[in-house]
Design a protein around this ligand. Structure first.
Ligand SMILES: CC(C)(COP(=O)(O)OP(=O)(O)OC[C@H]1O[C@@H](n2cnc3c(N)ncnc32)[C@H](O)[C@@H]1OP(=O)(O)O)[C@@H](O)C(=O)NCCC(=O)NCCS
Length: 149
């Protein structure tokens, strides 16, 4: 079973910080005093995390990480959607992040576009609130219970 849990700014999200440490080599930091952290469990074990904070007129997403052995199971997609949903509930108009060059395609799937020049192997990306779409159906015409004619 997959579950998600939010930690408010300043909370001790130890299991989320442990995943961040394992994936990025750095754990809890001062930014956690102002960030919402999300933790996703897979089969009863902590599996993925990410965080969201407000700065200079935009919501920023960062440190989205899935444990290496659990990648490719859509846990990254779920983590990103949880962060975007949280921002959406705060009527976000601008969503920003900085992506490693080899991960931009992952963020592009939910609408992020490059913003400005890449530097140091990192690409700034932007998603405007009006372009945010968390509808997994994406208006396809397949025969399913969610179809609206
Ligand atoms: C990037 C990361 C979070 C993806 O997590 P994941 O659980 O493996 O990804 P998912 O299984 O949810 O993939 C969702 C979709 O994104 C695609 N995708 C995943 N990684 C991708 C990448 N690096 N580039 C392009 N597309 C990617 C998948 O193919 C899938 O596509 P689909 O919808 O067509 O099936 C994970 O690889 C990771 O933790 N990487 C290291 C940390 C990192 O670089 N984080 C980003 C910086 S904030």
């Amino acid at each position: 079973m997959v579950e998600g849990k939010w930690f408010q700014p300043g909370a001790d999200a130890a299991e989320a910080f442990a995943i961040r440490e394992k994936v990025f080599g750095r754990g809890r930091d001062d930014m956690d005093k102002e960030s919402w952290n999300v933790l996703v469990w897979f089969a009863g074990e902590p599996a993925a995390t990410g965080r969201l904070w407000w700065r200079e007129g935009a919501f920023w997403l960062g440190d989205i990480a899935v444990l290496p052995e659990l990648r490719g199971r859509r846990l990254g997609d779920l983590t990103l959607r949880l962060l975007l949903f949280k921002a959406e509930t705060h009527a976000a108009r601008l969503l920003r992040l900085v992506s490693p060059m080899d991960v931009t395609g992952f963020f592009a799937k939910l609408g992020f576009k490059p913003e400005g020049e890449a530097a140091g192997g990192q690409q700034p990306m932007l998603l405007r609130g009006e372009d945010l779409c968390l509808d997994t159906c994406k208006g396809c015409k397949k025969d399913c219970p969610n179809r609206k004619d």
